[in-house]
Design a binder for this molecule. Structure first.
Ligand code: PMP
Length: 495
């Protein structure tokens, strides 16, 4: 881990970590923690491999748009690779996947086209094909692309073999989405030692591989309909509604020794246990893979070593059932802790009160003139601090109302010379009697601070003042302005 030419060189070489509490005594379970990849999932490997393979073959031209159907991690990995290499990226994704995945993708510069949840994985895939054909884009085809399996033979399997350095490995356990991990790692491990058991895990209510029914396919071998055993399940990234070509190949090449069904509740329980009992923060499919790995471990001979894939980070699941049991507010036990010492509580006031500023403090004449001119001449003006939450909430409210306004941010760099910003605040305090920021004027009349403005919005006074001052605004906006404040600043919350 020295210096790297670019972020893509940090992909792979993820750590294999022993479980110390969750594994049975007679066996050792090692987890391969793929959240160590730069964008937090196993799919970073595939993203780089597929793009570089297409660059080599000429299938991808410089500057050409890349498109893929993905439940998120592939898209996030691709977004990193495309950002680093300069390709525009479009991702199609069913609307049912977690919000943080969409937002991450857009943060990385990708565009996200949502598809109806009812159309399942097939829908997002077909949409990607349609868009690629229509616009001449490069479609990654992660479900069929050999490069997706090859990278796991070349890197993931190699890393595991190197980490065991000749010591026997009893089993490797992985779920499958595209099947790239399962197929690629299985090939590498079986080639090195055919006795290593390859275990595929899948949701118990959606037994695509375990149920034994074939996947309906068209003449070209592509899935032509949902697999009859597919049911919606909890493990994002696992089993789409079809068996992909790569997953199928793992089976037809005789690489899969066993398929273990995993209940959704076990996936959640073990993802949480990984965090609380081992300090390992991983996603739902990681908990699911661990459920299968522990099942294998319990049935394995004494001294067995088992490797379990943990495909991604738990941070991708904040808005999903994985975090459902996590509250925002203090529970009874936390409140009792809060009450166990005298200060800084919500049920008593111990916050020190600021000493009053001496009366009759002289106010700078230039600052006074500055405040007077702005208050008089601007149709809507707020004296503000750049990053204060109350000021941000007011800016958001004006934006929602379509009101053009001037924000004079007295703590901005431009106000630092001669402490002019401090002098303006003194002038404001003298003029309004209020020490707080922001202070707002509409049509030359002072309306007050943030909560005064919000109360005026609720009573209709704000709208009347805007109309009287001929300020263009959207009179039809229905909104509780207090919802624009962070919850901890909400007066009703603090009360
Ligand atoms: N878990 C998660 C969270 C994933 O995003 C994926 C990839 N879709 C997988 C597991 C399965 O990996 P693979 O596509 O290599 O089968």
């Amino acid at each position: 881990m020295a210096r790297h030419d670019n972020i893509l060189d940090t992909i792979g070489r993820t750590p294999l970590v022993r479980l110390n509490r969750l594994a049975p005594d007679h066996a050792t379970v090692w987890v391969k923690v793929e959240s160590f990849n730069p964008l937090g999932s196993v799919k970073d490997r595939m993203a780089r491999a597929v793009i570089e393979d297409a660059e080599r073959s000429g299938a991808l031209r410089p500057g050409q748009t890349v498109i893929e159907a993905t439940s998120g991690n592939t898209g996030i990995g691709l977004a990193m690779v495309c950002a680093q290499k300069g390709y525009p990226l479009v991702v199609t994704m069913a609307e049912s996947f977690s919000l943080e995945r969409r937002r991450l993708l857009r943060f990385l510069g990708a565009r996200v086209v949502l598809t109806p949840a009812a159309e399942k994985g097939t829908g997002m895939l077909n949409k990607a094909v349609e868009l690629a054909e229509q616009h001449g884009w490069f479609l990654c085809r992660q479900f069929d692309n050999e490069a997706n399996a090859e990278v796991h033979t070349r890197t993931t399997a190699r890393e595991i073999l190197d980490d065991f350095a000749g010591e026997p490995l009893h089993a490797f356990v992985s779920g499958f989405g595209t099947g790239g991990t399962l197929l690629g790692v299985a090939r590498g491990l079986k080639a090195a030692d055919p006795r290593i058991r390859i275990v595929a895990a899948e949701p118990d209510n959606s037994p695509l591989m375990g149920g034994g029914l074939a996947q309906p396919r068209d003449a070209a071998g592509r899935p032509s309909a949902s697999h009859p055993h597919f049911r919606p399940h909890l493990m994002q990234g696992w089993s789409p509604d079809f068996i992909s070509r790569l997953a199928e190949q793992a089976r037809t090449e005789g690489l899969v020794d066993e398929v273990v069904p995993v209940p959704g509740q076990e996936a959640l329980r073990l993802a949480r246990a990984l965090a609380t009992d081992e300090g390992i923060f991983a996603g739902t499919s990681s908990g699911a893979t661990l459920a299968a790995a522990l099942d294998v471990a319990r049935r394995s001979p004494p001294g067995a070593h088992i490797v379990c894939m943990l495909p991604d980070t738990g941070e991708r699941y904040l808005s999903t059932p994985l975090f459902e049991h996590i509250a925002d507010d203090m529970d009874e036990a936390e409140l009792a802790l809060s009450r166990s010492t005298p200060g800084y509580r919500f049920d008593t006031t111990t916050t020190p009160v600021a000493p009053p500023t001496p009366a009759g403090e002289p106010v700078d004449a230039a600052a006074e003139a500055f405040v007077d001119a702005a208050a008089r001449d601007e149709p809507v003006v707020m004296f503000a601090l750049e990053w204060c939450e109350f000021c941000w909430a007011v800016r958001k409210l004006f934006a929602r109302l379509g009101v053009a306004f001037r924000s004079i941010d007295v703590d901005a760099v431009g106000f630092q010379a001669d402490e002019f910003g401090v002098k303006v605040r003194q002038a404001l305090k003298q003029r309004t009697g209020a020490p707080t920021m922001p202070q707002i004027w509409i049509g030359g009349r002072h309306i007050g601070g943030c909560t005064d403005l919000f109360d005026a919005m609720r009573s209709g006074e704000l709208q009347r003042r805007l109309a009287a001052a001929n300020v263009v605004h959207d009179a039809d906006v229905r909104l509780d302005p207090y919802s624009l404040l962070p919850r901890w600043l909400h007066p009703r919350h603090a009360a």
